[in-house]
Design a protein around this ligand. Structure first.
Ligand code: NAD
Length: 463
């Protein structure tokens, strides 16, 4: 029997960030997770391996682009085995490093699945042996799992994102079902590696809910790189023929694919955690209900990350994990970000934070939108990437920043400045008057603020 002050169930970005902070604050911590090292879906089978593969896709894309600039490398020869080994090594290095941090912090890691048996008790299956844990507080950080589509039945040719990241090979023809984060990132990877990719999306648009002007450069670029993008289309029938998957669409002609990737969203992994033995509530959508401190209806039990709902983002989970621990430690903490960034790591990347223009219009919030097209950025020109856009959503009365979006290479890094600006309650004028390095893509932020002021150096608009 173990008697820690804190039990953390699940060691993904939510769970391990919580456990590490708790240990740093002096709490006695036990973590339960079936993997040898922390990392969860994000590090083992999600964010990190996909970014490793997206880096390779970018190199391939850049080498092709270089031919237009006068430098030819010839057609890429992809050694799938070495690419896979490199990707695996990235994951091992990162998760192994976290394993060392667990040890150095004196956190006890029970390698197994945990189940709550009451508000202050749980049992963990460790190699067939049941370890009982009695705790003062627990944090449930069990993440989520991919939604499956029954139309595809059971077929080894139908993959979820984890299987697609295994990179067993490069299928000549790949169908990607779902035009969201995962679908578009994996379509980017496999198209660069040489697959002929078709994307099928049930709604009328890719990345539904994201401002259309931010998505447009990606949609245009995909046109030249994937076989087809079928919008407003669903799969009505699918059959594994033994050497492919024969797919019937409604709204488009059927076709046969070597592999199918299903990426139509993720659901909470709240079942089997024993929450029914506590007063914690699970909503009809399957997500665990929590308050601003991430406390469930059972006062000793907190929940963070994907298991608590949208948006299902690793950085949100980590921040929630730290908030929960601060609350447990008696600090006045709450999860109330002004800027929760979202990044789609396609090429170009799409990033946004705070209020989007779409949301402002839907909710009738007065706003002014200032856009700076990257065609006017010297740095973007030197990269041959004038397809980007930086936009600010500003409160016209106060000039305060309400939200921002960036599309272009490294948009996921550029958005950080805008997150800080939002959190600090900055006005567009603060961005305008901050000297940005030249020539850099970050200048597009300053110049978008200048557009708001009506005085952008590199854009001429007669008043
Ligand atoms: P998603 O919600 O981003 O996209 C799913 C898409 O599938 C939607 O566009 C939806 O309309 C479509 N769809 C649903 N049912 C369909 C059907 N039957 N046929 C065709 N299309 C259908 O979900 P995802 O891409 O699976 O990603 C899951 C979660 O993982 C996301 O919510 C995201 O938060 C997270 N994620 C984040 C990142 C990142 O931060 N870069 C990357 C990958 C995943």
């Amino acid at each position: 029997m173990l008697r820690p002050e804190l039990l953390v169930i699940g060691a993904g970005p939510g769970g391990y960030a919580a456990a590490f902070l708790a240990a740093d604050l002096g709490l006695d911590v036990v973590v339960a997770d079936p993997e040898a090292h922390p990392g969860g879906e994000c590090l083992h089978r999600g964010c990190i391996p996909s970014k490793a593969l997206l880096h390779i896709a970018e190199i391939i894309d850049e080498s092709t682009h270089a031919a237009e600039l006068g430098v030819s490398f010839g057609a890429p020869r992809v050694d799938v085995r070495r690419v896979r080994a490199w990707k695996d090594q990235v994951v091992q290095r990162l998760t192994g490093g976290l394993g060392q941090l667990v040890e150095r912090r004196g956190i006890r890691h029970l390698r197994g699945m945990a189940r709550l048996t009451g508000p202050h008790a749980a049992e963990v299956d460790v190699e067939g042996e049941r370890v009982e844990v009695r705790f003062a507080h627990a944090i449930v950080a069990t993440g989520g799992r991919a939604v499956r589509l029954p139309v595809f039945g059971e077929s080894p040719r139908v993959l979820d994102s984890a299987a697609a990241l295994e990179l067993d090979g490069v299928p000549p023809r790949l169908l990607v079902v779902g035009g969201g984060y995962i679908g578009l990132e994996m379509a980017t990877v496999y198209a660069a590696l040489g697959s002929r990719v078709t994307i099928v999306e049930a709604t009328a648009e890719l990345l539904g809910g994201v401002d259309r002007d931010l998505v447009a450069p990606l949609a245009r670029r995909l046109e030249g790189r994937v076989e087809d993008v079928l919008l407003g289309t669903t799969v009505v029938k699918a059959r594994d023929t033994g050497d492919g998957v024969e797919v019937t669409f409604d709204g488009a002609e059927g076709a046969t694919f070597d592999r199918v990737l299903v990426a139509v969203g993720r659901r909470a992994r709240a079942d089997g955690v024993g929450l029914l033995r506590t007063r914690a509530e699970v909503g009809p959508d399957g997500f665990v209900a929590v308050d601003a401190q991430r406390r469930t209806a059972e006062p000793s039990i907190f929940a963070v990350g994907d298991v608590t709902g949208e948006p299902q983002l690793a950085h949100k989970a980590s921040h929630e994990g730290r908030v929960a621990v601060e609350a447990i430690a008696g600090r006045p903490s709450a999860f109330e970000p002004r800027a929760l960034p979202a990044v789609v790591y396609t090429n170009p990347e799409i990033a946004w934070c705070g209020l989007t223009e779409t949301e402002a219009r839907e909710r009738g919030i007065p706003c002014e939108v200032a856009k700076f097209p990257w065609s006017a950025s010297g740095r973007a020109l030197t990269l041959g990437r004038t397809d980007g856009l930086t936009k600010l959503v500003v409160d016209p009365a106060s000039g305060r920043l309400l939200g921002a979006g960036v599309t272009g290479p490294r948009a996921g890094d550029l958005i950080a400045e805008l997150c800080l600006a939002l959190e600090m309650g900055a006005r567009a004028a603060d961005l305008e008057h901050t000297i940005h390095p030249h020539p850099s893509l970050s200048e597009t932020v300053m110049e978008a603020a200048e557009v708001f002021a009506g005085t952008a150096t590199h854009i001429f608009r007669r008043r």
